[in-house]
Write a protein that binds this ligand. Structure first.
Ligand SMILES: *[C@@H]1O[C@H](CO)[C@@H](O)[C@H](O)[C@H]1NC(C)=O
Ligand SMILES: *[C@@H]1O[C@H](CO)[C@@H](O)[C@H](O)[C@H]1NC(C)=O
Ligand SMILES: *[C@@H]1O[C@H](CO)[C@@H](O)[C@H](O)[C@H]1NC(C)=O
Length: 408
C-alpha cells in the first residue's frame, strides 16, 4: 500500500538541523500569507468579515484566554454548541507513560527498535484536544462531512483543499462541511511557533481539529480512533463521511452522485467504499515505509480501503467506533480500520473511481494529468497544492470537451 497514507513521515525523519531553516522561512511565508488574506477578507462583506477582524485584533491577553479555552478541550466548546446538553470530550487526563513491563520481554528485545516507541505507547488511545469545533456538526443536517488528515506544515495543501473539493457549500440543499485532523508538532525548537501558526489558521477558518499527540506516521491510527470517538460524540446529524489525505484530488460532484446511488439503492447503512486492497500481507522489506516486523504481526491483512480517501456512512462510522475500542492499535491506519471492519464481519467495497495509487501505475504517464480522467473519477492520489488548484480549474471549465466514454 505504498503512498496511501500520505508522506508525512519523511518530514519527521529529516534531521533537525535540516528542518529548522525551511520551517522558519515557511513560518514567515505563512504569516505574511495570513496577513494578506485577512486584508482580503476585510474587503468582503458579511459575518465572516467581522469574525476575521475580531480575531485579527485579538491581543495577547485575549489570545491566551482563547487558548486556555481550547486547552481544557472540548469542554468549553461543547457548552457553546446549540444542541444543548451533550457530553463533551472527556479525554483530559493523560497517562501516557510507557508500558515499561514490555522491556523485559523477549519479543520486545528482538523487535526492530523503530517500533519500540510505538509499542511502548500503544495503550495510549484518546488524547486531549487542543483545537475543537463541536459546533461544526451541530444544528441541522450535514449531508457530507469531509475530514482530511493533515500536518501543521502542510498549510498550502489545506488552503488548496479549502478552495477546491473541500469548499464548504450546499449542493442542491445538501450541506458539505470540511474539517482537518491534526496532531501536535513533534517537540523541538519550532513546536511553539508551529502551534501559534495553526491557532491563527484555525481562528481564520475554524476548521481544525487538533489532538495533543505527536503527529508522526505511526501515530496516524490515533487520528483514526480519536476522530471516530469525536464523530460519535458530536455529529448525530451527519449522513456520510469522506475521509482522506490532503494531497488528493476529489471530484466532489461524482462523490455526491455515488452517495445518491447508495441512498437510492437503499444501501446507505453499510457503505464503506474506496480503493479496496484484498489479501495483502505485511511488507517485510525493511527499507519500506510500511515495513512490519513479524514480532508485531504475522498474518495476512483483512480487506481494507486505502487511506488516501474513502466514503462511509455515519451508521458505519459509529459501529466502527464501537468495534475499534476492542482492537489493539496498529501502526498503519488503513489496515487498522480493516481490522475493525473485520470485527463487524464486514468487508469494504471497491469502486474504480477511487485511484489511491494514481490513474496509472506509471508515474510519468501523461494520463496522470489528463483532465478528462479527473472529470470521471472520484479520487486521485496524489497532487500537490499547485497541481490540485490547476487541475480543479481545468476540470471545471465549461469548454472542457471529453469523449462520452473514456476507458483507462
Ligand atoms: C446535563 O445532563 C446531565 C445528566 O443527563 C444532568 O445531570 C445535568 O444537570 C445536565 N446539565 C444541564 C446544563 O442541563
Ligand atoms: C499509567 O500507565 C502505565 C502503563 O499502563 C502504568 O504502569 C501506570 O501505573 C499508569 N500511571 C498512572 C498514574 O495511572
Ligand atoms: C505518539 O504520540 C504520543 C503522544 O504525543 C507519543 O508519546 C508517542 O511517542 C507517539 N508515538 C509514535 C510512535 O510516534
Amino acid at each position: 500500500m505504498p503512498g496511501t497514507a500520505g508522506d508525512m513521515d519523511h518530514l519527521f525523519r529529516r534531521k533537525r538541523v535540516g528542518l529548522l531553516k525551511p520551517l522558519l522561512s515557511l513560518s514567515l511565508v505563512f504569516v505574511s500569507f495570513l496577513m494578506i488574506h485577512k486584508l482580503k477578507l476585510a474587503e468582503k462583506d458579511g459575518a465572516r468579515q467581522k469574525h476575521a477582524r475580531e480575531t485579527y485584533w485579538c491581543d495577547a491577553e485575549c489570545a491566551s484566554s482563547k487558548k486556555g479555552g481550547g486547552k481544557t478541550a472540548a469542554g468549553s466548546g461543547a457548552q457553546r454548541a446549540p444542541s444543548g446538553n451533550r457530553s463533551s470530550w472527556d479525554a483530559q487526563i493523560l497517562n501516557c507513560s510507557e508500558d515499561a513491563s514490555l522491556r523485559s520481554q523477549g519479543w520486545f528485545q528482538r523487535l526492530d527498535p523503530r517500533f519500540h516507541q510505538f509499542v511502548l505507547y500503544r495503550h495510549c488511545r484518546y488524547f486531549p484536544m487542543l483545537l475543537n469545533h463541536p459546533e461544526k456538526c451541530a444544528g441541522g443536517e450535514v449531508h457530507l462531512l469531509m475530514v482530511v488528515k493533515s500536518v501543521i506544515e502542510q498549510h498550502d495543501r489545506r488552503e488548496a483543499v479549502r478552495k477546491t473539493w473541500g469548499k464548504e457549500r450546499a449542493v442542491e440543499g445538501r450541506k458539505i462541511t470540511t474539517l482537518f485532523l491534526l496532531g501536535s508538532p513533534a517537540s523541538g525548537k519550532d513546536a511553539k511557533n508551529l502551534q501559534k501558526l495553526i491557532e491563527y489558521e484555525d481562528r481564520l477558518y475554524g476548521d481544525i481539529l487538533q489532538w495533543d499527540f505527536m503527529d508522526t506516521f505511526f501515530n496516524l491510527t490515533l487520528k483514526e480512533v480519536n476522530f471516530l470517538k469525536w464523530f460519535d460524540l458530536y455529529c448525530p446529524g451527519v449522513r456520510f463521511v469522506f475521509k482522506g489525505d490532503d494531497d488528493v484530488f476529489v471530484n466532489t460532484n461524482n462523490l455526491l452522485d455515488l452517495i445518491d446511488f447508495r441512498v437510492e439503492a437503499r444501501r446507505e447503512a453499510d457503505t464503506m467504499v474506496g480503493d479496496t486492497i484484498l489479501k495483502a500481507i505485511p511488507i517485510r522489506n525493511r527499507q519500506s515505509k510500511y515495513y512490519i516486523p513479524r514480532e508485531l504481526y504475522d498474518k495476512p491483512y483483512p480487506p481494507y480501503v486505502g487511506g488516501g480517501g474513502f466514503l462511509m456512512s455515519s451508521q458505519l462510522a459509529r459501529r466502527l467506533f464501537v468495534a475499534s475500542e476492542d482492537v489493539e492499535l496498529y501502526p498503519i491506519d488503513d489496515v487498522f480500520l480493516g481490522m475493525c471492519l473485520e470485527k463487524l464481519r464486514l468487508a469494504p467495497e471497491t469502486h474504480p473511481g477511487f485511484r489511491t495509487f494514481g490513474i496509472t501505475k506509471h508515474k510519468v504517464s501523461p494520463m496522470n494529468s489528463e483532465p478528462c480522467f479527473f472529470k470521471q473519477l472520484i479520487l486521485v492520489h496524489k497532487l500537490g497544492a499547485e497541481e490540485l488548484l490547476r487541475m480543479w480549474s481545468v476540470v471545471h471549465r465549461e469548454d472542457l470537451v471529453c469523449a462520452k466514454k473514456t476507458s483507462i
